[in-house]
Ligand binder design. Structure first.
Ligand code: HMG
Ligand code: MG
Length: 302
């Protein structure tokens, strides 16, 4: 069976823009988030409170986040932000963030490259972040990268992923997002990982999926996850994205491609595909290159 409704966790403004060569002006980012909210997206990841030298594209978080207050108030839109450590949490809390995401790795190589820590060292870094966030009533998502394959280490064994996923939940995360950072997953592997998590006591209801479309498998993987009971799916408007610290990571699953499939299946998302496509066409103009989303191309072709 399939769920009646899917919550789309929109990551274009964060996962998308963090990987752009050009730095997008803060006003354009704010306009992007505003238009995503108008399209009906209710969870829009806004930015990251990471070290500005590591991700210069999002170094304007202090300027951007306050510009979004109006959207959160008017439309009841959740605006989660990435936070790697206590310094990031301090910055996010100072601006009134109500939802944060920590981001761990299932592999040592990516933990070192993305967080300058070992896997367990990064969990130790997150521990006080999650504890303090929970004390402040802030919702915490735990991303887990390299859940299927790693560009340096190859295929990642399910038990290795399950261990770190369980550790993130044990820290107190409210939800998990399983990242296929480089887009190598296939549907059978998705089912295997979700079952492995269930066997370890991680309920499917707390798990979201985060697919990149490198090998064109993101939609098939999503369908496999939905059939397993997953109801939270990460996607990026126009298929923007990648990851600056993972070679061979291309864009995320495009939100338009996801909505096209879910509309066809009669699964409710609350998203207006026309408004969303117009937003991605506009963003592509800002970035000076066409959207890689097949659905955006098809719907905007005259
Ligand atoms: P580090 O160099 O080990 O940092 O980096 P540190 O703890 O040693 O601190 C060094 C200095 O940085 C200190 O300053 C800190 O205050 C400062 P000093 O005392 O020397 O003057 N500092 C900060 N400043 C501002 N904000 C902060 C912050 N933290 C420390 N938050 C660190 C460790 C985690 C900071 C660094 O590795 C980092 O920022 N990494 C972020 C990388 C990133 O954002 N990657 C992309 C997101 S993950 C992703 O895209 C995958 C995902 O989409 C899922 C998927 O597809 O798999 C989520
Ligand atoms: Mg990603």
């Amino acid at each position: 069976g399939l769920p009646d409704r899917v919550r789309i966790h929109e990551v274009g403004a964060r996962d998308g823009l963090q990987n752009e060569k050009s730095v997008v002006p803060t006003e354009v980012k704010a306009e992007f988030v505003r238009r995503l909210a108008e399209a009906g997206l209710s969870t829009i990841e806004a930015t990251s409170f990471v070290h500005p030298k590591w991700v210069p594209q999002l170094a304007d978080a202090e300027q951007l986040f306050p510009m979004l207050g109006e959207i959160a108030d008017v439309g009841d839109v959740a605006l989660p932000v990435l936070v790697p450590n206590e310094r990031g949490l301090d910055r996010a809390l100072a601006l009134g963030a109500r939802r944060i995401a920590v981001f761990g790795s299932a592999t040592e190589t990516f933990a070192a490259r993305n967080l300058n820590r070992t896997v367990d060292g990064s969990l130790a870094m997150f521990e006080p972040v999650v504890a303090r966030a929970k004390d402040a009533g802030v919702h915490v998502r735990g991303y887990l990268s390299m859940c299927f394959g790693d560009p340096w280490e190859g295929a990642v064994p399910v038990p290795q992923v399950v261990r770190v996923a369980k550790a993130l939940m044990d820290l107190g995360c409210d939800e998990l997002s399983l990242g296929d950072t480089i887009g190598v997953a296939t549907p059978g592997h998705v089912r295997e990982l979700l079952s492995g998590l269930n066997d370890a006591g991680v309920a499917t209801g707390t798990v979201g999926v985060h697919f990149h479309d490198t090998y064109g498998q993101a939609l098939s993987n999503t369908l496999a996850a939905l059939q397993h009971g997953v109801t939270t799916v990460d996607a990026s408007a126009g298929g923007l994205g990648g990851c600056p610290y993972a070679k061979s990571a291309t864009g995320n699953l495009a939100t338009e491609d996801l909505v096209w499939m879910l509309d066809g299946l009669g699964v409710h998302t609350g998203v207006d595909l026309g408004v969303l496509t117009a937003t991605s066409v506009w963003m592509a103009e800002q970035l000076g290159r066409p959207s890689p989303s097949r659905t955006v191309r098809a719907l905007s072709h005259k």
